[in-house]
Design a protein around this ligand. Structure first.
Ligand SMILES: [Zn+2]
Length: 484
């Protein structure tokens, strides 16, 4: 299901060899522990954040040059046992074969084959690297790309850019370059515990939790409990977590090293009751506190309309190419992670700013001869974010909803989404469940025209660059057709 998403086409930006330093040269004192090694309790968490850019970081762009992502590793697998080397080589062969046969990016199958041959492969490949895991219901792919780019300001970083976010996808990503000292890995919410059973990441980013494919993923509270277990297995990692989401606070509040990000919450219906004791919390828009003691922590980073405030109240402009509040929140998580790993703010931000799409999300593509902006929304929370994004313009709007296996068959969530935000605005609808969507829109007093395909829908909208908001398989299909 990830076969049609693509890795970024953007060239990798790297330092010149003379400027390249090993990550060790960048680490602050407490970061000198080797990856995977647990921080002793008396050691404070790293203090790389909140530092203003130094004079030599101004105009940091001039210190970087763009080189194509063709640099191959120079280090061959050394010091590994026969079985591990065999797993690495055969996994890579399987990935390359799958690619050449046109079966997809090859990542999943390569990772799966390699893991079958060496069940310990994930921890072996993670050893000696600083790995950042990114999880949550929404924003994983975009944030992971931001983290990877930010880390590349320091040294090469691998990432599961194709969105394969379980263990085989992680192995596949780590296999792509054995000498990269950094990794940014998106991880499915229910699989983080399997990762921390195997090794301790340098940092874990907990973005948000909300209902998503209830017929497949399960209840939000189950996911929150699973994240809590995952974090308990990695006490030395730095956790960067959303303080406005009670489910995330529940998962992270017992961890010794948490950096709290405040980005507000738009979707509140999965956090009305306390995830710890079940009591009614009420409006989580303000400082919330439950009678059991679970409460909104103080923020280390607070996202604003243009950037982010640090704990000392200093404002940092973000000026992202990616649109919307939701991406300022994602970028804040990525920036916090980069600083925790010893990165420089100016260099990390320069790279985050340049990202203009993530696996097709927010990309401007051509569909049926028409230029469109492509947006992914796959559950009530992400629909709210995307509707908020388009409500600021008057471009033509096409909404596409499918209900295939990867989407979840149940589309009752359509009634949870506040389509009333579009009241009076004409929209075109398409996809397997266009009629369900049209009924929902009728109740929201949104004039909708049902089209047989996205191309037909686009033909029925005039002027401007239409926004196409599509759920998972619908998004994937439109993206694939745009690349033909
Ligand atoms: Zn409570």
């Amino acid at each position: 299901m990830t076969d049609t998403t693509r890795e970024t086409d953007e060239p990798s930006v790297d330092q010149t060899p003379a400027q390249r330093q090993t990550p060790d040269q960048h680490r602050t004192a407490d970061q000198h522990r080797t990856p995977g090694q647990r921080r002793s309790p008396e050691q404070p968490p790293s203090t790389g954040r909140h530092r203003p850019p130094g004079p030599d970081e101004r105009g940091a762009d001039q210190h970087w040059k763009v080189v194509p992502a063709t640099e191959r590793e120079t280090e061959r697998p050394r010091g590994r046992d026969l079985r591990t080397n065999l797993a690495i080589n055969i996994g890579r062969m399987a990935a390359s074969l799958s690619q050449r046969l046109g079966l997809g990016s090859g990542g999943m199958i390569g990772g799966r084959v390699a893991l079958t041959l060496q069940p310990d492969l994930l921890q072996r490949l993670a050893a000696g690297r600083r790995v950042v895991m990114v999880t949550g219901t929404n924003g994983k792919t975009t944030t992971t790309q931001m983290v990877a780019e930010a880390m590349r300001a320091q040294a090469p970083a691998v990432s599961n850019a194709t969105g394969a976010n379980m263990l085989d996808g992680h192995v596949a990503a780590l296999l792509t370059r054995l000498d990269a000292p950094f990794a940014a890995l998106e991880v499915d919410e229910l699989h983080l515990a399997q990762v921390t059973e195997r090794f301790e990441p340098a940092a874990m980013l907990l973005l948000n939790l909300s209902r998503d494919q209830l017929d497949r993923v399960g209840e939000v509270r189950t996911v929150a409990a699973s994240l809590q277990r995952a974090l308990a297995q990695a006490p030395g990692a730095q956790v960067i977590a959303n303080r406005d989401d009670p489910n995330i606070v529940f998962a992270a509040s017992d961890h010794p090293n948490v950096t709290w990000v405040s980005g507000g919450v738009r979707w509140r219906d999965d956090a009305l009751n306390c995830p710890r004791c079940g009591s009614f919390i009420g409006d989580v828009d303000r400082d919330w506190r439950c009678q059991c003691g679970l409460a909104r922590p103080a923020a280390d980073w607070t996202v604003t309309d243009t950037g982010v405030l640090d704990a000392e109240g200093t404002h940092h402009e973000l000026a992202l190419a990616l649109p919307g509040h939701v991406n300022r929140v994602n970028a804040t998580f990525a920036l916090a992670a980069a600083l925790e790993l010893g990165g420089e703010e100016a260099a990390a931000l320069a790279r985050i700013r340049r990202i203009s799409q993530a696996a097709g999300r927010y990309d401007t593509v051509r569909v049926g001869g028409r230029k469109v902006r492509l947006l992914l929304a796959k559950n009530p929370a992400s629909w709210l974010e995307m509707l908020d994004l388009v409500s600021g313009n008057d471009e033509p709007l096409v909404l596409v909803v499918n209900s295939r296996e990867a989407d979840g068959y149940d589309v009752s969530w359509l009634w949870d989404v506040d389509f009333e935000m579009l009241r009076g605005r004409p929209v075109q609808v398409a996809g397997d469940r266009a009629l369900d969507l049209a009924v929902r829109l009728r109740y929201a007093q949104v004039p909708a025209t049902v089209a047989s395909t996205v191309e037909v829908a686009l033909g029925g909208s005039h002027g401007g660059v239409p926004d196409v908001i599509a759920n998972y398989t619908a998004f994937r299909d439109v993206l694939t057709r745009s690349r033909r």
